[in-house]
Every structure is written in structure tokens, then in C-alpha cells.
Write a protein that binds this ligand. Structure first.
Ligand SMILES: [Mg+2]
Length: 83
């Protein structure tokens, strides 16, 4: 959990760097939002493996919630194919 929190903090720092008002110091690593998202996925995968949880099942359950319980929660974007 500490590692996950650390990586989420690093993501927040990168998002702030790109979209916020706090520029990086010259001494800071040149990570990207993409790098930090990858780090978070890795840590989450490690947590799931250590608890013998199938992450695919977890993801599918979450997607099912978005498609059923939360289906009217957000305004759907119309794609060009649906127009
Ligand atoms: Mg990182």
C-alpha cells in the first residue's frame, strides 16, 4: 500500500507538471504521466497477485458496474459511427 501511495503521488506530480502550475526542478527525474500510470498498474498487479486475486475478474466486475448500475451516471458522447 505504501508503494501504491508513492506511485499515485508521483502521478499527481507529473499531472501537476504537465497541466498545473508547478514546473519541475532541473534535478528531478524526467518521468511522464504514461510512466507513472504504468508503475501504478504494476503495483496493483503485484498487490492482486500477492492476495491471489484475478485482476481480470476484478476489472470485469468494475466494468459491469459501469455498464449497469452507473449506466446513466454520465452523459454519453456520441461517436461519428452513432450519428
Ligand atoms: Mg513511479
Amino acid at each position: 500500500m505504501a508503494r501504491l501511495t508513492e506511485e499515485v503521488g508521483e502521478l499527481a506530480r507529473e499531472v501537476n507538471h504537465v497541466h498545473g502550475e508547478k514546473p519541475k526542478k532541473a534535478t528531478e527525474d524526467a518521468n511522464t504521466i504514461e510512466d507513472e500510470l504504468g508503475d501504478i498498474v504494476f503495483v496493483i498487479t503485484c498487490i492482486a497477485n500477492s492476495l491471489q486475486i484475478d485482476l481480470s475478474d476484478s476489472f470485469n466486475k468494475s466494468m459491469m458496474k459501469f455498464e449497469t448500475r452507473d449506466k446513466d451516471r454520465w452523459t454519453k458522447k456520441v461517436t461519428h459511427q452513432e450519428e
